[in-house]
Design a protein. Sequence first.
Length: 293
Amino acid sequence: MKTPADIITRLQLILQDGTKSDRKLAGFVLADLDFVSKAAISEIAARVGVSEPTVTRFCRNLGCEGLRDFKFYLAQAIAIGGQYLSPEPLSRDAREQRIASAITEAAIAAIQRASENLDMTTLVAVAARIAVSGNVLCIGSGGISSMMATEMQNRLFRLGVSVLAQIDGQLQRMYAAVATPDTTLIAFSVSGYARSVIDAVQVAQQYGATTIAITPPDSALAKAADTVIHFQSLEDGNIYKPTSSRYALLSIVDMIVTSVAETRGPKVLENLRRIKQSVNTLKVDDPRLPLGD
């Protein structure tokens, strides 16, 4: 019998479209996941008011071999996503008074943690390498990491650096395959286990490229890259709020880019002037606006 890919989704579907007894059982399970994951079949049957064979049929309708198999997948679902299944309700006052402070305080804390744990000697050395590279390839997979790869490109090109960002896994490997000793590859991964990113690093190394990873220490990507800027994502447990890690990672990007700009020196200023002139002339003539943003 096919193994259920997501037991919670299967329960939710049966709750809507199953037989009467299956709907009762599904509703009971979803209402008390912890009890069902530990209870005997006799206890479940008694609580719902059905027979033990009905419980067994219910498990098989979910794609499981029986109750034991069902409880295994249920325990797995609780361990992985339990915090999203029974969240405490938010009061109206909490939403109105705490959203702004929750976002800003978490962002500030994330940036401070990243700054305190940074090896600035390594970061400055990375910037020095980027500043003299023939070309730079920025790669990342997933929401935050791909966004940072693109942002690194956006910040470096205006400094006169030949830079390209790739967030497609296959293209990452392809561009890595045409790397040269003049190439610097910058790899972002919040987890450190993005397969396409690791592959691209290893491919680029075959052709002499310098590889830099911004990722957790001791991860697969950290072990693959030549140089690592350590970044450890730490969350605050607020499951309603987007991750604050991207603010911390963005601060590291900005530190690298600032160091690259200072390393390259006054020659970056003409590019910046041209961008400012072009954008402000075409849009709004306000020198206080950010450069190209």
